[in-house]
Design a protein around this ligand. Sequence first.
Ligand SMILES: Nc1ncnc2c1ncn2[C@@H]1O[C@H](COP(=O)(O)OP(=O)(O)O)[C@@H](O)[C@H]1O
Ligand SMILES: O=C(O)C1=C[C@@H](OP(=O)(O)O)[C@@H](O)[C@H](O)C1
Ligand SMILES: [Mg+2]
Length: 184
Amino acid sequence: MQNREIPLREKSVVFIGFMGVGKTTIGSLVAKKLYRDFVDVDVEIEKEYGMPVTEIFKQLGENEFRRREKELITKLCNQRLNIISVGGGAFLQKEIREICLEKCIVFFLDLSWESWKDRIDLIIDSRPVLQNRTIEEIEELFYQRQEIYALHHSRLATDELEIEEAAAYIVDSIKLAWDLYDPR
Ligand SMILES: Nc1ncnc2c1ncn2[C@@H]1O[C@H](COP(=O)(O)OP(=O)(O)O)[C@@H](O)[C@H]1O
Ligand SMILES: O=C(O)C1=C[C@@H](OP(=O)(O)O)[C@@H](O)[C@H](O)C1
Ligand SMILES: [Mg+2]
């Protein structure tokens, strides 16, 4: 039977983690450093519908967003060489978790709740899931979600890291994995 497994060096890299941890920012920098295409799933969905995620949630509903998110991630995971940032809720869907873990290198960006709280003003207006929730409710969601992010191949604690430092660390770690497990 033909071996259909994607060679490690060609696998796409997927960034996961809670809203605001830096998946989009750090992911796009990693893509630049590796000379690969960067795909942010939220941005793709926004382009398709011609409106921001907050409006998609309002006008079409979260279910429609989740349906399209799953379709798009499935398509991207079946390609090679992409650097992909998925939304923080994507891993709630079992099919998405499974295909990402099977076909890609999944990187969890791990920020503590203490550090996350300092970033809330930067993201609150553009994240519909955070709106109309108290800080206690957001904290509960943050910890609930950590369970699903525990499914990953590699993790980086980013509390003490600038964006550039985090991206450099991830690139080094990916290159090390290539050399160790897929030597040329
Ligand atoms: N390591 C970091 N240090 C400081 N600020 C960061 C860091 N990573 C991301 N940010 C900032 O946090 C905000 C959310 O980042 P973003 O990449 O949109 O997160 P996500 O895609 O995970 O929701 C942005 O304003 C970004 O500049
Ligand atoms: O966690 C979530 O449920 C969501 C996270 C967002 O992406 P970021 O994680 O990039 O903020 C975006 O997909 C949407 O607002 C829903
Ligand atoms: Mg993002």
